[in-house]
Ligand binder design. Structure first.
Ligand SMILES: [Zn+2]
Length: 289
């Protein structure tokens, strides 16, 4: 292990993070994505947060979804997990102290290791004016929230210096729509809208708030879950194209920022939800296959 600074110039592998927004672990498993499986078998891991913004901040701190190890201090896990960047980047002597004081992966990659740094995001909550956009050479909120394929032609790799890309992908986010799907045909979750309507009514008009009521349209929720699974199946084809165009010396991480609830225990979606399923995410990484 060397303690000297990494030399300037071409050192290290390209690093590509693909975050399939809102993708629950078991939706990945149900889809059985064959191209993604070339990276390895997806692990079930746990997100640090239940919502897009805090979860992406955590990812950009270099902390990927965790394995929930018992009897381990958070700071130790962070340091140990960070050392894995030696393998990911193909650079010996990665030191946690060089991540300090910013604790921000793009800052570290750009200024300590000479990477070019890029982000393409699908969710407006991650737009270029947010705190996530720090020390990126380019950062784009994509025109459509659900078009990973549109990112492929914008990927550029150089022989001069390695690249880091964050790709936040939205096909797996509600309403789980594929890019060629007419927005007029997107599902309308009347059951969920109905929840909010009924909650309002309850506060104002309901004499018996404890009275049981149907919160969800179960058939619609099954359809929504199927749509998320179908989105993974579609994206698997986009990943085949991605893997073909990535240079050989590229490390790929595919994961999600949080899970999604499809009616379990009367929850839908993600965000203000404390439920195991909103933390369960797929995780796989390795050299581009
Ligand atoms: Zn998200």
């Amino acid at each position: 292990m060397s303690t000297s600074p990494e030399p300037a110039g071409r050192t290290g592998r390209n690093l590509v993070f693909v975050v399939l927004d809102s993708l629950r672990y078991d939706s990945w498993v149900a889809a059985r994505p064959a191209n993604l499986a070339r990276l390895g078998e997806a692990e079930k891991r746990w997100s640090y947060a239940t919502w897009t913004a805090p979860s992406h901040l955590n990812l950009m701190m270099g902390l990927l979804p965790h394995t929930s190890p018992p009897e381990v201090y958070a700071s130790e896990y962070y340091k140990q997990d960070f050392l894995r960047y030696s393998e990911r980047l193909g650079i010996e002597g990665i030191e946690f102290k060089r991540l300090l004081p910013s604790l921000f992966l793009p800052t570290y990659l750009k200024h300590a290791l000479g990477y070019s740094t890029h982000a393409m995001v699908s969710m407006p909550v991650l737009n270029e004016h947010t705190v996530i956009n720090r020390d990126f050479d380019s950062y784009e909120l994509m025109p459509a929230h659900n078009d990973m394929a549109a990112m492929l032609s914008k990927l550029h790799f150089s022989d001069e210096r390695p690249s880091f890309y964050l790709l936040n992908v939205g096909e797996t986010h509600y309403p789980y729509a594929l890019p060629d799907e007419d927005p007029e045909t997107w599902p309308r979750i009347s059951g969920v809208h109905g929840v909010f309507k009924r909650l309002d009514e309850r506060e104002q008009d309901q004499p018996h708030p404890a009275e049981p009521r149907e919160f969800f349209d179960q058939a619609k929720l099954r359809e929504l879950r199927d749509r998320q699974i179908n989105a993974v199946t579609y994206l698997d084809g986009v990943f085949a194209r991605l893997f073909n165009l990535l240079p050989d010396n590229t490390w790929v991480v595919v994961t999600s920022d949080h899970g999604e609830l499809f009616g379990e225990d009367r929850y839908f979606g993600h965000g203000p939800i404390a439920h195991e399923k909103v933390l369960e995410v797929p995780f796989v990484e390795g050299m581009v296959p």
